[in-house]
Design a protein around this ligand. Sequence first.
Ligand code: NAD
Length: 475
Amino acid sequence: MPATIANGDAPELAFHNIVDGKPRSSDVKEQVIDPRTEEVGWDVPVASAQDLDDAVDAARRAFKTWRFVSHDEREKILQSVADCLRTNKDVLAQAHMKETGKSFIMASADVEVAALHYEYYKGMTLEDDVQYEDAEVKIVGTYVPIGVTAAISPWNFPLILSSVKVASALATGNCVIIKPSPFTPYAILKFCELVQSVLPPGVFQALHGGADLGERMTLHRGIDQISFTGTVAVGQHILQNCTKTMKKVILEMAGNDAAIICEDADLGKVIPSVAHGCFFHAGQVCVASKRIYVHESLYDKFMELFIEEAKKWSPNNILFAPLSNRPNFERAKSILEDSKKNNHDIVLGGEVKNDEKGFWLPPTIIAKPPEESRIVQEEQFAPITPVMIWSDEDDVIARANLENSGLGASLYTPDLDKARRIAQRLESGSVWINRFERPHFGAYFAGWKLSGFGGELGKRGLYDYCQVQCLHFHK
Ligand code: NAD
């Protein structure tokens, strides 16, 4: 276990829920397990039903004025939020690495990327649009905030994914209550506490808790919108809950991305990119390259080079990581066991050292597992990569288009016309051409099929945090 990567000297930290601008403790406390060492972390208070009610009341009060804050003032405030992240980068990164298993450098990068989202959105406005006009009437579409957003986020990129939600909500005049994953509350609670100095009370609040708190949020009458990122099963359940009060919903759910390597691809460029797509953060990325389809003419050479490249993704690589928590570790091991039981050809990795501390799984490559196997059909969310062969374009597109593949895909060919032709037949919200999958803050990011609906990022993402109100001006 690479201690030098892991150990920033973390200070003693105290964590609180943040309600109406103030820190709150609780009689009930939990701790997070450090995925690198399995050491027990700092106490974090579990929010009660009363804390949620109080936070909702505070948000509703704050909304009355926050929604009308001027563009210039809002811009200054969002810049101050970004500055707050940067000023406190070290402490936030130290908290973040303890809960996620990321290296200090990766955790620091997450703080910086989170800050960029506030800067990106700070000056953005959604202009009115004239929807119809004649001699008698002019109809103008306006984009108004929805009210109180509850943001429910996962554990793989907690600070970044929460910041997308918080920045989008604040930029559009909504108030937001964040519930981070119970596996990763530290950096978000600390950030929310620190940033209160630049925000009016009740505008941005944070509550720690698990499924029961999330459940209460999705049923709460004082919450107008749920912005969720996580698994398909939980997203589907949230959608059902939200019908009871007809809340607006954004669902950013899991994917099972296919990476398609065409016969004309340059393997020298492709191999490092595909390996990054598979093994960055140990594959715990919603748009990791989760299934690789290599044209038959390149398969043997690809495998030879890919296995060598994958060996660089050891625990000493600052971009690699352990699995972030025990449930994900156990789930990944069960997928691996399934492959072993079915005699799949494991050409790299596959061994878990049970006598070592930490939730480590080595980069693992499985050659040509059957299409119907778990490792192909399920999202593995781990550094286990199946590599399959293709020869017919229609066939590979059909295999890529699984029900759960609606989030992303990648495609490698120097022929950009061909890339567009194939991409247009892939049923995924984003397709990356000649690069591994990575969302960009300027591009709308939205799932298709089981990967959800609604979306975030880019200017388009802000519309999903608004209600369209049409003003009919009769002349
Ligand atoms: P999860 O669905 O288990 O949990 C996500 C959040 O939902 C957590 O905060 C959790 O406490 C909360 N939750 C759980 N049950 C709930 C309920 N009944 N009601 C309300 N909230 C509830 O997901 P996870 O394991 O934290 O995250 C990993 C998953 O997230 C992967 O499948 C990954 O692909 C997906 N993901 C998607 C995106 C995207 O943008 N589409 C980004 C990152 C991760």
